[in-house]
Design a protein around this ligand. Sequence first.
Ligand code: BTN
Length: 256
Amino acid sequence: MYKIQPNTLFTGKTLKYLSKCHSTNDIAAEMIQSGINVFDGTVIITDNQTAGRGQRGNVWEAIIGENLTFSLIFKPTFLKASEQFQLNVAVSLGVFDFLSEFIDENLSVKWSNDIYCEDKKMGGILIENTLQGYNIGYSVVGIGLNINQMEFDNLRATSLRKVSQNPLKYDLSEMLSKLLENLEKNYLRIKNGDYESLKNRYLTNMYRFQEYHYFRKDGQQFTGQIIGIDETGKLGIETEGGVVLYFDFKEVEFVI
Ligand code: BTN
């Protein structure tokens, strides 16, 4: 059960809790498709997600009741379809800002929207938009954030409690409230058209920004440094030869 009173204008004012479900993103999509009036900022949250979906067709796994697994429905009708990436930026920064209250170092946003602490993943975001004409009608923002889980099969995964070495478990309702406040703050920044400052903050806090590392494209490794993102969110990497290439999400992988 979640009891929250977030200090927000609209985010999290409507909350649907499910003790168990397949995927909160799918539940959110079903609500939208059903034609019922879905309020802006509605949250669908579960303790036990049995078929959590990640990016690139991956699964998202979380131990029951230990972490935050939820979807947030926004209605960003002010955004053109071509501006979708602004949502990735705002949501990643919302999660980043929230975690920064607990961890002061080594936290970063891995392009396009993973939350990392050093070289380990603490959170993942899956944004699925529905278009209305040229604009975005609904955005389902799915967030999986590892909070209290201490053991992971995946060596490249971690949690807030693990990193902060907190002897006590974090209260998930309190964490959700604070997270929603940070998400709304950054969402309102895109609504205000603050794209430039959001992008700067996104780059400043970006994993491996302006550092030479290995990347992989079509099974081939190459060395390069991230130099920025273009207006659609493609990742700009300068290769050793000084050529700058822009990659779509599915086109390039970090070698970690
Ligand atoms: C990723 O890193 O690949 C994205 C993971 C997103 C997981 C969350 S958990 C809540 C929501 N429901 C889903 O099925 N997926 C997202």
